[in-house]
Design a protein. Structure first.
Length: 93
């Protein structure tokens, strides 16, 4: 939940600390701006903080998916090697 994030920490999870020095100009449709503004107000945070946390969540999700894909491909490579070895040993007899 966005409102649980305070000072670089989120309910038991360590997050990266950084200096806020970058600015970004973002063009979005009016309906999306209005929705984001309303959701930020519901969470009790500024629109800037809401968008920053949404971006951080997306980046974290993509990083996690990358790690999961790498582990999956490693597992599949190992499984295929084991299957190939089993197949080969069956026909060597």
């Amino acid at each position: 939940m966005v409102s649980e994030a305070v000072g670089g920490r989120e309910e038991g999870h360590n997050t990266r600390r950084c200096t806020m020095s970058n600015a970004m100009s973002l063009r979005v449709p009016e309906y999306l701006y209005d929705q984001a503004k309303a959701l930020a107000a519901q969470e009790g945070v500024s629109l800037n903080q809401y968008v920053m946390l949404a971006l951080a969540e997306k980046v974290a999700r993509e990083e996690a998916l990358g790690h999961l894909k790498a582990r999956l491909f490693q597992y599949l490579d190992e499984w295929l090697a084991a299957q190939q070895q089993a197949y080969t040993s069956l026909y060597r007899r």
